[in-house]
Design a protein around this ligand. Structure first.
Ligand code: FAD
Length: 215
């Protein structure tokens, strides 16, 4: 299978980076094709504006979605966006590895979403959910938290599925992806080194089991 892994963490020695490296190693060793987008190391520019395009249809009033439709027709997406779009179009499965920031994705990943999933290419009028361009592809979130699992209940922070709903339903399923169960590691900083080692092994096994199920 063709798998795209997107990492959004500023520190290359972070636990998120270890989960990302583990996924790459595991998937490559089991014979899958892997492409990656390490957003910080790749210096991804997350601000979405007229620089998304090499030429504008309307230089006097910027309207992103109109410009996206124009860019699809005239091939005027900037090169950084184009290369990310090609990876998403290429993959069968997309994995996002990120720390939960304010119950959401880090800004760099939100910027990636804002820029990459352009109208006319990834969604359009009537081309959403079951008719989305990405129908047939799968997506999985691999998330870490600072907060402990016991707080992720409705009476406190809210349960994790509700927190991830805007990403699952508002982005991934909207585009047509089938969303796989998220991989969530709570309270990362409070784990012992041995617990972290076990988590990396379990992540590797979970990925292999998940892919074996799909074959
Ligand atoms: P790290 O601190 O990088 O890793 C933890 C430990 O693992 C480190 O000691 C590291 O050295 C070690 N490690 C690295 N590699 C390995 C390896 N291979 N084997 C074993 N150990 C290793 N949390 C919430 O719960 N909810 C929120 O809404 C939320 N919002 C936030 C908003 C912001 C802006 C920020 C900065 C943080 C927020 N957090 C929140 C906390 C954040 O989610 C956690 O800090 C993060 O998930 C921890 O993951 P990490 O990869 O950064 O951990």
């Amino acid at each position: 299978m063709k798998i795209l892994i997107v990492l959004a963490h500023p520190e290359a020695k972070s636990f998120n980076s270890a989960l990302y490296d583990t996924a790459i190693d595991t998937l490559k060793k089991s014979g899958h094709e892997v492409k990656t987008s390490d957003l910080y190391r790749g210096n991804f520019q997350p601000v979405s504006d007229e620089r998304n395009f090499t030429r504008l249809k309307n230089g006097s009033f910027f309207k992103q979605q109109y410009e996206e439709l124009h860019a699809v027709e005239h091939n005027t997406f900037s090169i950084d966006i184009l290369s990310e779009q090609e990876k998403v179009e290429w993959c069968d499965i997309m994995i996002w590895q990120f720390p939960l920031y304010w119950f959401s994705v880090p800004a760099i990943l939100k910027g990636w979403v804002d820029k990459v999933f352009a109208m006319g290419k990834f969604y359009d009028n009537g081309k959403i959910y079951d008719n989305g361009f990405s129908v047939g592809k799968k997506a999985m979130l691999s998330v870490t938290t600072g907060g402990p699992k016991k707080y992720y209940i409705p009476e406190k922070y809210g349960d994790m599925h509700s927190i991830l709903f805007p990403i699952h339903r508002g982005i991934l399923e909207f585009l047509g992806f089938t969303v796989l169960d998220p991989h969530v590691i709570y309270s990362v900083e409070r784990l012992t080194p041995d617990e972290r080692k076990t988590i990396l092994n379990d992540w590797s096994e979970k990925l292999m089991a998940q892919l074996a199920e799909m074959d």
